[in-house]
Design a protein around this ligand. Structure first.
Ligand code: G1P
Length: 311
C-alpha cells in the first residue's frame, strides 16, 4: 500500500473557485432569466455570502465559473458608476456604502465560462489557468454557511497549510440521504474536529456507503487535482466527477475531512432557501421584531390546520 505523501511545504491558499454555471431548474420560473446565484437571502444574493465567507478566510482571488445567462452576477460584482454617482448626489451614504463595498478593494474576481455542462469536476477544471500550481478552495454557492461558531473554511485552510493534505467539509447525514452526496471513507477516528479519509464514493446507495459522512459545499484542494481533472473521464451519472480526482489524491497524498461546526442552509433547495431567509431575517434588528409575531401567528394557524379534528 502506498503511504500518503503530502507536499512538504504547502503553499498558502488564497484562490477560490466558485462553480456557478448551473441552470437552477428547481427555482423555475424565477431562474428563467436570472441566475439562481442571484436569488436573494434577505437583501444579498446567495453568491455574495460565499464571497464574504471566503474573503474572511483569506481568499483574495476568486474564479467564478459561469455560463450563458449569468451576466447579472458580473454586474453585481462590478463597480456601479451611475448608481454610485446618483446616491452620492442624493446624500444616501449608507446605500452608497452597500453598493460600492460588495467586493473588497484587495480582492480580484475572474470569470470563465463552462461551455458544456460536463459535471462539477469539469467546472472546477475550467479554473485551472488561474490556479496554476497553487492549492485552491472550492465553494459551492448553494450552501450558505453561518459563521457564529467561527469560519469553517478558515479552519480547513489552516488544516491544509499545516498538514499539506487536501480537506473537504463534511456533515453526517441520515442513511437514506447518502445517495445525494459524495460520501467519505474514513481512515481513522475524529480528532480535533477532523478525520483522515482514505477515499470517496459519489452518491452511493445507503447499503453501499462507506459512512454517513457527506461532503458539503466546501473543499480545499492540492494542485494535483487539476492535473487529474485534465484527464477526467465521465463517472457517476456520465459526468466528470470531482470526487473521482479526490479519490486518487486521497490514496497518493492523504486527505482530511473537517466536520462542520455551524448551521448550513442548502439554498439549492426551496425549503433550505426559505429557512435561510428566515434565519438571516431573524438576525436582522429591523426585520426580526416585525417578523416574529407574523411567524408565530402563521405557525399557530398551520398547527390548527394540522391538528386532528375531534370526533
Ligand atoms: C456535488 C458533489 C457531491 C457533493 C455535493 C455537495 O453534487 O458531486 O460529491 O456531496 O455537490 O453539495 P451535486 O449537489 O452537484 O449533485
Amino acid at each position: 500500500m502506498n503511504t500518503p505523501t503530502a507536499p512538504v511545504t504547502p503553499r498558502k491558499v488564497t484562490k477560490a473557485i466558485i462553480p456557478a454555471a448551473g441552470l437552477g431548474t428547481r427555482f423555475l420560473p424565477a431562474t428563467k432569466a436570472m441566475p439562481k446565484e442571484m436569488l436573494t437571502v434577505v437583501n444579498k444574493p446567495i453568491i455574495q455570502y460565499a464571497l464574504e465567507e471566503a474573503y474572511e478566510a483569506g481568499i483574495r482571488e476568486f474564479i467564478i465559473i459561469t455560463g450563458r445567462g449569468k451576466a447579472a452576477m458580473e454586474n453585481h460584482f462590478d463597480y456601479p458608476y451611475e448608481l454610485a454617482d446618483t446616491l452620492q448626489k442624493k446624500g444616501k451614504l449608507a446605500e452608497l456604502e452597500l453598493v460600492t463595498n460588495v467586493v473588497p478593494k484587495d480582492a480580484r474576481i475572474y470569470y470563465t465560462r463552462q461551455g458544456e455542462p460536463l459535471g462539477l469536476g469539469h467546472a472546477v477544471w475550467c479554473g485551472h489557468t488561474i490556479t496554476g500550481d497553487d492549492p485552491f478552495a472550492v465553494l459551492l454557492p448553494d450552501d450558505i454557511l453561518c459563521r457564529n461558531n467561527g469560519n469553517d473554511l478558515k479552519r480547513m485552510i489552516d488544516l491544509y497549510e499545516t498538514t499539506g493534505q487536501s480537506v473537504v467539509l463534511a456533515e453526517e447525514v441520515p442513511a437514506e440521504r447518502t445517495s445525494n452526496y459524495g460520501i467519505c471513507d474514513p481512515a481513522g477516528p475524529v480528532a480535533g474536529g477532523a478525520m483522515p479519509i482514505k477515499g470517496f464514493v459519489e452518491k452511493p446507495k445507503p447499503e453501499e456507503a462507506p459512512s454517513r459522512c457527506a461532503i458539503v459545499g466546501r473543499y480545499v484542494l492540492s494542485p494535483r487535482h487539476m492535473a487529474l481533472l485534465a484527464n477526467g473521464k465521465p463517472g457517476k451519472g456520465g459526468e466528470i466527477q470531482l470526487t473521482d480526482a479526490m479519490e486518487l489524491v486521497a490514496k497518493d497524498e492523504g486527505f482530511q475531512a473537517h466536520l462542520l461546526q455551524n448551521p448550513r442552509f442548502d439554498c439549492g433547495d426551496k425549503v433550505g432557501f426559505q429557512m435561510a431567509n428566515l434565519y438571516f431575517a431573524m438576525n436582522d434588528p429591523y426585520i426580526a421584531p416585525r417578523l416574529q409575531p407574523f411567524l408565530q401567528q402563521t405557525a399557530a394557524k398551520y398547527e390548527r390546520r394540522q391538528a386532528p379534528r375531534e370526533a
